[in-house]
Each structure stands twice: as structure tokens, then as C-alpha cells.
Ligand binder design. Structure first.
Ligand SMILES: C[S@@+](CC[C@H](N)C(=O)[O-])C[C@H]1O[C@@H](n2cnc3c(N)ncnc32)[C@H](O)[C@@H]1O
Length: 235
């Protein structure tokens, strides 16, 4: 595991207890995504990556299919497990979604707002596609580039380019506007959900740079989260 991935895991682990109180967009996205997925005629076992505390998981696992529920962070996984009834169709694993040591095939591999943390998304999505049965679905939401400039998120075409050949891709976009009292409140919320690890290529702001950014920012501070929902069906 790379040093940055260790940091990502540590930050999410430290936020396992505060995540749900500070993740309104994650919950809204989980709701819309689960609604979308439940309308699909997907069969077979399911694998969820990056389950976090279970916003999306809780909306999905009442379908009786066998589910492997996983996260990079053991602490997140444990909060998720504790939030679910003890259903016999559920198993829980600590898994790095970029090198998943799980036995396929799956009819569904899904993740709500986790793949933006992948270091090599194109390679990783190709590995995930290998774990799908023919006709299986890779269903992944991510934040898009318009969300917050410091986060180095993908544009629509960059995200499309991460999916392998040999499948049919549908990509939809939604925007979720959230008003924070101040920029500082937004940055605090980001930390409380564990998402404060800087993008690899972004240098840390100096104290003076951060102070002037905070002073120049509007109050209240609006953030419009751009969310891409990708459904890729393997041929
Ligand atoms: C923003 S949270 C989303 C959690 C959850 N899916 C939800 O709907 O609220 C991102 C989650 O992805 C996990 N994560 C980050 N990198 C990962 C990776 N490489 N493999 C698996 N999970 C990862 C984090 O530990 C965290 O729980």
C-alpha cells in the first residue's frame, strides 16, 4: 500500500464515528444511487466497495442476494456492520478496491463515492470488470471536477475514459447544492467525514494562504457537488 493510501485509510478510520453527522451529500447520493440500481435487472452475487458507515449499504441489502460488503478502513467497515441487521446473506471484508482479493464472479460490483480515492482508476476498473460475470454491472458514483477545484476530480470525459472496452457505459450527472455557513465550516465537515487527504499533486497551503482564502470566501459558502453515476454492463 502506498503512503498516500495509508493516509486515506487512517483519515477515514478516524472519522468513522463522525461521518454520518457531516455527510449530507453522501446520504443524498446513496439514496438516488440505490433507487437507480434497484430498478436494474441485475442478478448474482454483489460486491460493495468503500461501504463507509453504510449509507448506501443499508438501502441495498434487503434483496436477499449474497453480498460481500467491504471497505479499505476496518473502522468504517465495523460501523457499517453494526448498523445492519444480522442477515445471513451478508459477509464483511476489508478490501482495497484497487486490488480486490475476493473470489468472483459477481453480478454487481458497486461503490458510492469511493472510486475518487483510487490512485490508478483505469487499471483498477479493468481489474473489477474481470471479476464480473457476462451481463454483470459495474455501478460507481464519483464526484466530478466542478465540485471543488482543490480536489483534482475527473471531468466527465476523463471518468468515461476509465472504463474498459468490452462493455456498455451509461453515465449520468446530477448536482447537489449545499450551503455551508462559511468556507471553514465546509472544510471542517470534509475533515469530519475523513475526506481531508490532499490530492497527490496538490501542495499544502501555507497558513498565510489559507488565512487569505478564508477571508476572501463568501458567507454563506455554497458548494455544488457534481456527481457522476456510471453503469457499465459487461458484454
Ligand atoms: C466518501 S466515503 C463513502 C462511503 C459510503 N459508500 C457512503 O455511501 O457513505 C468513501 C469510502 O471509501 C473508502 N475507500 C477509500 N479508498 C478506498 C479503496 N481504495 N478501496 C476501498 N475503499 C476505499 C473509505 O474508507 C470510505 O469509507
Amino acid at each position: 500500500m502506498t503512503p498516500r493510501k495509508h493516509k486515506i485509510r487512517a483519515a477515514f478510520s478516524a472519522a468513522a464515528a463522525t461521518y454520518e453527522a457531516h455527510g449530507p451529500v453522501q446520504e443524498l447520493t446513496a439514496d438516488a444511487f440505490a433507487h437507480r440500481l434497484k430498478a436494474l435487472p441485475v442478478r448474482g452475487r454483489a460486491l460493495e466497495l468503500g461501504c463507509g458507515t453504510g449509507f448506501f449499504t443499508r438501502r441495498m441489502v434487503d434483496d436477499r442476494r449474497p453480498w460481500v460488503i467491504s471497505d479499505l478502513s476496518p473502522e468504517m467497515l465495523e460501523v457499517c456492520r453494526a448498523s445492519l441487521p444480522p442477515l445471513s446473506n451478508l459477509s464483511f471484508r476489508v478490501v482495497d478496491g484497487e486490488s480486490p482479493d475476493v473470489e468472483g464472479p459477481f453480478g454487481l460490483i458497486c461503490a458510492n463515492l469511493a472510486v475518487q480515492w483510487f490512485e490508478k482508476p483505469k487499471v483498477s476498473l479493468s481489474r473489477l470488470a474481470d471479476l464480473l460475470e457476462p451481463g454483470g454491472c459495474l455501478a460507481l458514483t464519483t464526484f466530478g471536477a466542478d465540485t471543488y477545484p482543490d480536489w483534482s476530480l475527473p471531468t466527465r470525459s476523463a471518468y468515461e475514459g476509465c472504463f474498459p472496452l468490452g462493455g456498455e457505459l451509461t453515465l449520468e450527472e446530477e448536482r447537489f447544492p449545499i450551503i455551508y455557513p462559511t468556507l471553514r465550516d465546509f472544510l471542517t465537515a470534509v475533515k469530519r467525514i475523513g475526506a481531508g487527504t490532499r490530492a497527490a499533486e496538490r501542495p499544502r497551503l501555507t497558513t498565510a494562504q489559507m488565512r487569505s482564502r478564508l477571508e476572501a470566501s463568501p458567507t454563506p459558502y455554497p458548494v455544488t457537488y457534481q456527481v457522476f453515476t456510471a453503469l457499465w454492463i459487461k458484454q
